[in-house]
Each structure stands twice: as C-alpha cells, then as structure tokens.
Design a protein around this ligand. Structure first.
Ligand code: MN
Length: 338
C-alpha cells in the first residue's frame, strides 16, 4: 500500500509500505477513503510543529471503511463507515482522571506522534473508530473531525444563546467554529484579512464581518456590541497580536479561547483580565465530542462541504501543499481521496 510520509521537515514522499496488521483484539483495520489537510499537517511538513516527531505519516482528519476487526470488537463490523478519533491517552494521569484526556500527559495524536491517516490502510483501537450514518458521503464525513475541534472551542468558550461571539480568522476552522457558534445561538462576528474569506463567512450566516486589514477591529467590536465588547472571543488566527486583540475586545465576564501553538509572547496587562474577570482558556483537540458532532452530521444540521475548496487525489499531495503555500486566498479545506 501507499503512505504519505514526511521523512524530515521539507521532505514529503509517497512511500510503499506493508498493510498494517491487527495486533490486539480490540483493534480494527480501516481502509482510508478520504482525508483532510489541516494547517497542522503543513506545520509538520515545514518543521514548525512543536510536538511532531519524524519520520511521520501525517493526517489526523480521515474516514474509511472497516475491512477487518479484532476478536474483541463487537460494535463494529466489516463494511462499516467510520471516522477516526485521532487521540490516544493513558487514562491514569490528572487530566485523564478528570475527563480531559485530550491533554493527557502522555497524549499521542495520530499523524503527529504516531502514524496517521494519509495512507491506504490504518489500524486503530476500536474506541477510536466512530460509525456515522450510511447516508453521509465520504466528502461530508471527512469534516467531522474539524467540527469536533469547533465543538470543543464553543464548549470551552461556554457560548450561550444571544452571546456576541467574535471569531478571529475565517479559515476552515474559523468557519467551522462560526457554524457551531450559530448552532448554539450566538450572534457571530468574524474577522479576517482576506475579503474572500469574509464573503465565505457571510455565506455561512455570519451576522457581522470585519476586515482586519482595512478596519479598526476594536472600535468595530465596540460599535457592533454597543460598547459592551464580545462575550466570547475565539482566536482562530493564532498570532501574538490577535491574542492581545482578543483580550482587549472581550466584555466583562467574557471568555477568551486560544487555539494557537505560537511560542512568541503576547503582551497582556493583568488589569485587563482582572477588571472584567475574564476567563482566558486554551482549547486543544477535543474531549468526547465525536458522538455529538456525528449526531449533528447525521441530521444535517451543519454545512461541512461549504469548507471544502479543493478535492484532489492523494497522489497529488505535493501539488496540494503548493496550493496551501501559495497563500492563495481561494484555498480553504483541501480533501484527498484515497
Ligand atoms: Mn485538523
């Protein structure tokens, strides 16, 4: 079989490998059908991921069909369509014990710390394979994983009905968060530096958009919210500056959710956090969000294919990466067919 492997930063190849074998009774063999390219895959390719190890078969957003099951697998059978939850955890450390295994001390993410989904076959634990509705197409279901990230963010931000939600960045994750925040009843403001992204946000029913290149973000937020500030601000742009802006524009008793892996410090005065009792929190991966998101997909409550800009064959991986690197504003989510 073929696998897409980053041998070392800057060097990605399609390599020939043995089809992996089921080694434990609680594992399943999945034939990969579709996989999505994420910003973090590109970071691993560029050598800018603070967590990845090499060589690595990348990809953590993938769906496929069960082709073999271990002896102890009861709830899945050959032919089932599944989405793979890409996290492995110890179950014993503090975060695991309090129900936050996504930040396990020994966390391993498929496609980051372990070989992932950009290959024709993958063996995963049965608990990591989630069935979705037969009626869903592969190119819809492949967006389930990114929407679990959005689900997590809206949970961390505790979005309530009629909250003003400010989302910085209208890339695929920003737009998934927009959809989820709307689903939770938020009034959504989206900013980006590209007008084409803001058009996409409007098409997905963003209530307000702000062009951060041409408009003053803080005064726009104040204007839209009648001086209150956003109740929940989600930084899906992930720069040192957008984190500062997030804290600056969030209302008293508001929540700021940070998703970035940037290691450059931001300047945030204590008083800005204390005066309005802001809650600033991180959101990483997801905690048991697959069932909820699959339910929403099965009932077609979200619009996943709106995030897809390119459908390509996995053999075109290098072209796909070039598209992302071109900073072409027309690139949103690229999905690969296997
Ligand atoms: Mn991703």
């Amino acid at each position: 079989m073929k696998a897409i492997q980053v041998l070392k930063p800057g060097d990605i190849q399609i390599v020939e490998r043995e089809i992996p074998k089921i080694e434990n009774d609680d594992e399943v063999l999945v034939k990969v059908k579709y996989a999505g390219i994420c910003g973090s895959d590109i970071h691993i390719y560029h050598g800018t991921s603070p967590v990845a190890t090499y060589p690595r078969v990348i990809g953590h957003e993938f769906v496929g069909e069960i082709v073999e099951t271990g002896q102890n697998v009861m709830h899945l059978k050959t032919g089932d369509k599944v989405v793979v939850e890409p996290i492995y955890y110890c179950g014993k450390c503090y975060p695991c014990k309090i129900g936050r295994p996504n930040v396990c001390e020994k966390l391993e993410v498929l496609g980051v710390h372990r070989d992932g989904g950009f290959q024709e076959y993958v063996v995963v634990k049965k608990a990591n394979a989630h069935k979705f509705g037969e009626h869903l197409r592969w190119d819809e279901a492949v967006l389930i994983e990114p929407f679990t990230i959005a689900c997590q963010v809206t949970w961390r931000g505790d979005i309530r009905e009629d909250d003003f939600v400010f989302i910085q960045g209208a890339g695929p994750i920003g737009l998934a968060i927009l959809q989820y925040a709307k689903y939770r009843g938020g009034i959504c403001i989206v900013s980006d530096i590209a007008e084409s992204k803001l058009t996409e946000a409007k098409n997905l029913e963003a209530d307000y958009v702000i062009n951060a290149m041409t408009q003053d973000v803080a005064s726009e937020i104040r204007r839209i919210t009648n001086g209150m500030g956003a109740n929940v601000t989600i930084d899906a742009a992930c720069t040192p500056k957008t984190f500062e802006t997030a804290v600056n524009v969030t209302s008293s008793a508001g929540r700021v959710v940070v998703m970035g892996f940037n290691e450059i410090p931001s300047q945030i005065p204590q008083f800005m956090v204390t005066k309005g009792e802001l809650t600033i929190c991180g959101s990483r991966l997801q905690t048991n969000k697959f069932p909820e998101v699959i339910e929403l997909f099965n009932n077609r409550k979200l619009n996943p294919t709106a995030l897809i800009s390119h459908r390509m064959h996995y053999t075109q991986i290098k072209e796909a990466i070039k598209l992302v690197e071109d900073k072409n504003q027309q690139v949103s989510k690229i999905i690969l067919e296997f």
